[in-house]
Design a protein around this ligand. Structure first.
Ligand SMILES: Nc1ncnc2c1ncn2[C@@H]1O[C@H](COP(=O)(O)OP(=O)(O)OP(=O)(O)O)[C@@H](O)[C@H]1O
Ligand SMILES: [Mg+2]
Length: 286
């Protein structure tokens, strides 16, 4: 198991009242458990505010959890002061590459910084070689090295962000709405690129998106999040064929433009709710 998340919780608080419970503003992630095997491509879907990005941030320890554990490669979670290896092992690509790429630096400098984070001692010639080959793998020309982030289109900039992540040779790549801000055609190109990279690198993906059509193409397994909880998880084909949770049914219906019979369901979860095994590695919160 590459990544095992157990009962993870992250609450955001408001004000400075006396009792912690009364200060809870939002239970952004509320008891999430999820296993990701090496080489698996997992999609995390759910409406805005359901806790997807917070979960990603908990995985890379940008946030400390209230409760629960993240077990990485069977070795326990990353400690606060993460080692070079761990920092390299998980890479994140965000929605807006403009804010994640320093506008003052050329792509060469941006990629060199990523290489230096790897902590390997390699010659300048080898550095250039690695940068060139990673740029080629995301479909960018060598000339890109001398250009600044603002000199690229949105789609190209996202390729630079993906190239930077790949350069670190991560074992898990978390893409958080990485194609959401791009127009449909460029989205398509990046999706094709990711499909190709899935083949070329033995990467494990956690792909976070609103877009069910994309996730269906890219991911073998899907986890559906709602109000801080995973309400359903199954293999992609199974989930599309046989969505069991009313929220998943609504989500799929909305994405695929059909209507579902509205079933009554409980929107407020209690501690009693658990993911129940329905067979066929299909789990539903009940
Ligand atoms: N730093 C923060 N401080 C306070 N509340 C936060 C913070 N970050 C997130 N939240 C809240 O936690 C909940 C989950 O947010 P999160 O960003 O994880 O959702 P998301 O599923 O990624 O949404 P989107 O699809 O819009 O990106 C939301 O209600 C959000 O307002
Ligand atoms: Mg988000």
């Amino acid at each position: 198991m590459l990544l095992r998340i157990q009962n993870l919780k992250k609450y955001f608080y408001k004000g400075s009242g006396l009792f912690t419970a009364s200060r809870v503003h939002v239970k952004a992630v509320d008891g999430v458990s999820l296993d990701v095997h090496a080489g698996q491509h997992v999609g995390l879907v759910g409406e805005s505010g359901s806790g997807k990005s917070t979960l990603a941030r908990l995985i890379v320890r940008l946030y400390e959890p209230e409760e629960g554990t993240v077990i990485w490669d069977g070795r326990g979670g990353f400690c606060k002061k993460r080692s070079h290896d761990a920092r390299r092992d998980v890479q994140m690509v965000f929605q807006d590459p403009y804010s994640s790429l320093d506008p003052r630096f050329t792509v060469r400098r941006i990629l060199l910084e990523a290489l230096s984070l790897c902590g390997e001692k390699i010659s300048p010639k080898e550095q250039t070689g690695r940068m060139q080959s990673v740029l080629a793998s995301v479909g960018l020309e060598e000339g890109a090295l001398g250009r600044f982030p603002h000199e690229f289109s949105g789609g190209e900039r996202q390729r630079v962000a993906i190239a930077r992540a790949l350069l670190m040779k991560p074992r898990l790549l978390i893409l958080d709405e990485a194609v959401s801000s791009l127009d449909v055609l460029v989205q398509q190109q990046i999706v094709e690129l990711l499909l190709q990279l899935q083949k070329d690198y033995s990467l494990t993906y956690l792909f976070i998106t609103h877009n069910l059509k994309i996730v269906r193409k890219l991911c073998k397994r899907i986890a559906v999040m709602y109000r801080g909880k995973i309400v359903e998880t199954a293999e992609t084909d199974e989930l599309f064929k046989n969505p069991l949770h009313p929220y998943t049914q609504r989500l799929l219906a909305a994405a695929m433009d059909y209507r579902v019979h509205e079933t009554a369901w409980i929107e407020n979860f209690t501690e009693k709710f658990q993911l129940i095994d329905k067979g066929n590695s299909h789990f539903v919160l009940e």
